[in-house]
Design a binder for this molecule. Sequence first.
Ligand code: SF4
Length: 439
Amino acid sequence: MKSVCIHTVGCKLNYSESSFIAKKFTEKGLVLKPFGEKADIFVLNTCTVTSHADSECRRIIRSVLRKYPETFVAVIGCYSQLNSNQIAGIKGVDLILGTNEKFKIVEHIEKILQGDIKNDYKKNGNRAEIYISDFKSDFIGEAYSSDSDVRTRAFLKIQDGCDYNCAFCTVPLARGRSRSLPIQKVLENAKHLIDAGYKEIILTGVNIGDYKVENGSGFLFLMEQLERLDIERIRISSIEPNLLTNDIIKFIRFSDKFCNHFHIPLQSGDDEILKLMKRRYNVKMFEKVIESIKSKIPDAGIGIDVIVGFPNEGEKHFKNTYNFIQNLPVSYLHIFSYSERKNTLSSTYEGKVPAEVKKERSKILRELSIEKKIRFYNENIQKVHRVLFETWKNGFIEGWTENYVRVRGDSKLLRENEILPVLLTKTNENNLVECKLIN
Ligand code: SF4
């Protein structure tokens, strides 16, 4: 029996796609091996969001080839799509598949399943075979998966690609234009996850607020259909502020299933920088969205993405960003250092920000994020929340509330993969919230 190891770099969407691809391999009778173990086939599902992601992918490929030179190596996904030549330059790589082609990896590899994997396949002078997507068709690869190996939270892909062309972003180049998975497929895949015992589904994609139903309606219609399923919880992974409408917020306010947790990319709290980034909102509009959430759902958890060191971000712009976020009732920040990507608009901009300045700004925002998180966690103390508990480790079990507070308990009555009502008692030194089970 042949074996395959699939390793992933990048976002949750990539992880869900890897899980789906792994399922296809096991359906063909291959055995899955954990990363680090010898396998007949090694698949790396890559990311190209930053130059660091690119070099990390190259490092992993080289280390696998060094350790297991006989392994058939397939490199798939976003980095393959945009930089296949760089990957092909690594001696020993056998197959390179772009973002749509990666869903056909089993068919590609089937050709070689019969024989001596490496030697049979390499008929063209030891060079990798390359298949890159041209995005001419509306093909969208489906995917759903677990958050990790625990069967509690699963990611469900509903959409891929993006039409926005923000100045810094390679996603439209790597994943093509915005495409939505047909609604029946989404509902079917959600049912597979429910049947597999998952308690929480996280809707994922590149720009999920842009989801389009075949009947002309949009993301809210999909939410309404998902609400009818027999699932305990649904969470939205990340949504663009201009697509987070009052109707969606109101729907979540009255929903029994959708979590009162939002993750919204801000990127900068300065209008000049937002304009240079080609984002589709300004600071005032963003503030209005946050106000709307908080007025309708006061205990909502809100996370935001911020990029530091975008070209021309001076002290004044960074200060504006800091002050804006400081006054915003958000509960945590994801901070990214700007990384210049080939063929993006911002790579042509002048006014590059030095690496040390980016590092310093990241540090300042990380401290602000911790402050925000502790404040939000403390606001939830002495309140009852429903927590989806994950796995026992060292005498404790952790889980998330609906509004995204990380909770820890040690009562033997707390059970894995169950949503239980608990009283949040205090924040501990690890920034986790202790809890007591409510009967
Ligand atoms: S909306 Fe997001 S994915 Fe689309 S171009 Fe902008 S940053 Fe990239």
